[in-house]
Design a binder for this molecule. Structure first.
Ligand code: HGY
Ligand code: MN
Ligand code: MN
Length: 421
């Protein structure tokens, strides 16, 4: 392609990238909180997100549907009937006090890549998906959207309650969806040719090596648990120190151990992100403390050993302090390698844009680790400033987003030359 056409391509992608970033900023207005961005599973603001994203999908030539677990899907039909499909997307829910690009950018890049086709059809359909729940914030269970499409949705979760006591099943009904239709979300076997997830890196590697984009080789496995220490409540001014069974110092001992353990194993990530104290008043000795433990590693055996070690230590703390302790396993997912063939197509698209194609492991979890069980899957990482994520300072540059849109469109064009659809 001559440089002038290439430059024209770049200019178009630049305009689409500007629009993509504006759209991420616009979606950040749809929040459960008046300050900052928090948008958890099927919360009220998700309806406004569906309104905006649905409009953008239709404008790009897609038919739009929302499935029974709240995934919004734009369908861009193929150049022939009964063609198979490629899915591109990410998630639209956020953590508390989130950044504007985690998940959302991948959906918007997908829409812009379809827009850049200017109505040209491919030998396969393309579906842009905005998954409804990846973070696992509201019901402490991640990937509710993608597991429904992958056919691995855990029905036992329907009875799980959120902080307000609403069950998952009620939340689905509250949003105007029908829990009896969850089975209809499943993507029929063999229909999906590939899944591609564009996503911010959420780490510093691309920025450190001065690359705008990267290809994910594998996604680290992750274990999320809730550990509860139970002691004895009592008057803070009268119960002698040596006779107390105080649940809070027990939990703090464990939190410090988790950090220490995480620091001594290469590539291990060990985090206590949540801690609730009961009765949580200053003049009562805490009798119940619940803490979350999040363990990740690219190697599953190393992660499993870490989980065992940490729980053994928790047990020894409880025994020594005569406290009781309980574990609840909230989520446990093995590491997932990305598909080499699809990653090679992505690499070819990057080379077509004269971009380096560095490979890196993702410590963060993604819907791609679910979709990889039903289709050849690849992830495209986009540099984010300082590697900051899960924070309001999360940010991307328009040129990097333009690279990602061109590469995503290039992926579709390259893939279409190698598929029968
Ligand atoms: O927590 C994660 O791994 C991702 O951001 N959901
Ligand atoms: Mn996230
Ligand atoms: Mn994410």
């Amino acid at each position: 392609m001559t440089t002038s056409i290439k430059q024209a391509d770049r200019d178009v992608a630049g305009g689409l990238a500007e629009e993509a970033v504006e759209r991420c900023v616009a979606l950040a207005n749809h929040s459960e909180t008046s300050i900052g961005l928090t948008r958890t599973y099927l919360s009220e603001p998700m309806k406004s997100v569906h309104r905006d994203v649905g409009a953008w999908m239709r404008e790009a030539g897609m038919e739009v549907r929302v499935d029974a677990v709240g995934n919004i899907i734009g369908h861009y039909s193929a150049d022939r009937p009964d063609a198979k499909k490629v899915m591109i997307g990410s998630h639209l829910d956020t953590v508390h006090n989130a950044g504007m690009y985690d998940g959302i950018l991948g959906v918007v890049i997908g829409i812009e890549a379809i827009k850049s086709l200017n109505g040209a059809r491919l030998p396969f359909a393309v579906e842009i998906v905005g998954f409804s729940e990846e973070e696992g914030v509201r019901f402490s269970s991640p990937f509710l959207g993608s597991t429904a499409i992958a056919g691995t949705f855990d029905d036992s979760l329907l009875a799980r309650t959120d902080a307000q006591g609403r069950t998952l099943s009620q939340a689905i009904g509250d949003f105007g969806l029908n829990v009896d239709d969850i089975g209809k979300c499943v993507c029929p076997a063999g229909e999906l040719l590939a899944y591609l997830e564009p996503h911010i890196e959420q780490g510093p590697v691309l920025e450190t090596e001065n690359n705008s984009l990267g290809i994910v080789s594998a996604i680290a496995g992750q274990t999320r648990m809730l550990v509860t220490f139970s002691g004895e409540a009592g008057h803070a001014g009268t119960v002698p120190m040596r006779t107390r069974i105080d649940a809070l110092p027990a939990a703090c001992e464990l939190a410090l151990y988790v950090e220490r353990y995480g620091r001594c194993i290469t590539d291990l990530f060990a985090t206590v992100g949540q801690m609730t104290v009961e009765p949580n008043v200053s003049n009562v000795i805490p009798n119940l403390v619940r803490l979350s433990i999040d363990i990740r590693h690219p190697d599953d055996e190393t992660r499993r050993v870490a989980v065992t070690q940490i729980l053994m230590h928790a047990n020894s703390i409880a025994e020594r302090r005569k406290a009781r302790f309980a574990i609840e396993n909230r989520s446990d997912r093995g590491a997932v390698a990305m598909n080499q063939g699809i990653s090679d197509v992505l690499k070819k698209a990057m080379q077509g844009e004269e971009l380096p194609a560095p490979e890196l492991v993702s410590g963060a979890g993604h819907d791609a680790m679910i979709m990889a069980h039903i289709a050849p899957t690849a992830m495209l990482f986009v540099r984010c400033k300082g590697g900051v994520s899960h924070h309001p300072d999360e940010s991307v540059s328009i040129p990097d987003v333009a690279d990602a849109i061109r590469v995503t469109a290039g992926f579709l064009k390259t893939f279409s030359t190698s598929t029968k659809g």
